[in-house]
Design a protein around this ligand. Structure first.
Ligand SMILES: [Zn+2]
Length: 256
């Protein structure tokens, strides 16, 4: 039976019970945050065909940037065990409270790290699972174009309509988190996402209204998006599933 795919989940951070429940009903794309989580995901992947993984360094984790050489080594070594590179992207939230000069310096470091990962994605022909927040996303897009990255997911993206159009024009995708169920600002941003590039994600275990994020929440997200995009929840799920096949090429696993 075809299981609903969670395009972006910090699977190794779920409790064992949550992991078990998640894989019983869903197919999960786990994303890494640092070297340790890369190792944990690789170990977890060995036990389940319902889990696919992306390795990378979360762009907001500034103190883990120095791990790039060993994370890159893991990616190369385990090329056949992974389906993409992520979570990677550009720092935003971690720079907000910094003095201007420091912010510029850290952003520069973020760009350098991002380009290193994108170069690797190009060499290995792997898709990317991206964290990009504001207008700096234009710089991320420029980098993706420079390295001819054909498959990319912008997770929980809530930037401008112009950016959403640029993402969709390239044939890339945007995943919507459970925050859309209650956050009206986010709903207003999500309305601008071209329907054909919609994907579902939990970003678990990130909490929503005090509840830990788990893949099951995607069902309520599909309901909400159905009402927002004037179609059924099943239509939304079908779009997300089809996009998963293009993005991660995991259709063969759907029969497990
Ligand atoms: Zn994430």
């Amino acid at each position: 039976m075809l299981k609903i795919i969670d395009h972006h989940c910090h699977f190794e951070q779920l409790t064992q019970q949550e992991q078990h429940a998640a894989l019983a009903d869903f197919h999960v794309v786990g994303v890494a945050s640092d070297y340790l989580s890369c190792c944990q995901l690789l170990a977890l992947k060995q036990h389940s065909a319902q889990l696919d993984i992306c390795l990378g360094i979360h762009p907001e984790h500034l103190d883990h940037y120095h791990d790039f050489p060993r994370v890159a080594e893991l990616i190369k070594q385990h090329q056949s065990d992974i389906i993409g590179i992520g979570e990677i992207g550009l720092p935003y939230f971690s720079l907000v409270d910094m003095p201007a000069q420091q912010r510029i310096e850290y952003f520069k470091r973020g760009l350098i790290l991002f380009e290193q990962f994108i170069k690797l994605a190009n060499q290995l022909v792997l898709p990317v699972n991206l964290h990009c927040v504001g207008d700096e996303t234009w710089q991320a897009i420029e980098c993706l174009n420079r390295y001819n990255i054909e498959r990319a997911l912008f997770h929980w993206f809530a930037g401008s309509g112009d950016l959403m159009k640029a993402i969709s024009d390239k044939g890339w995708f945007i995943s919507v988190s459970p925050d859309v169920i209650t956050n009206t600002d986010y709903q207003n941003a999500v309305k601008n996402i071209p329907k054909t590039c919609l994907c579902l994600e939990s970003d678990g275990p990130w909490p929503y209204e005090g509840q830990r994020g788990v893949p099951k929440m995607m069902l309520a997200v599909a309901d909400k998006l159905g009402s927002m995009f004037d179609c059924t929840a099943q239509d939304i799920i079908t779009i997300s599933q089809n996009n998963a096949q293009i993005l991660w090429r995991i259709e063969a696993l759907n029969s497990h």
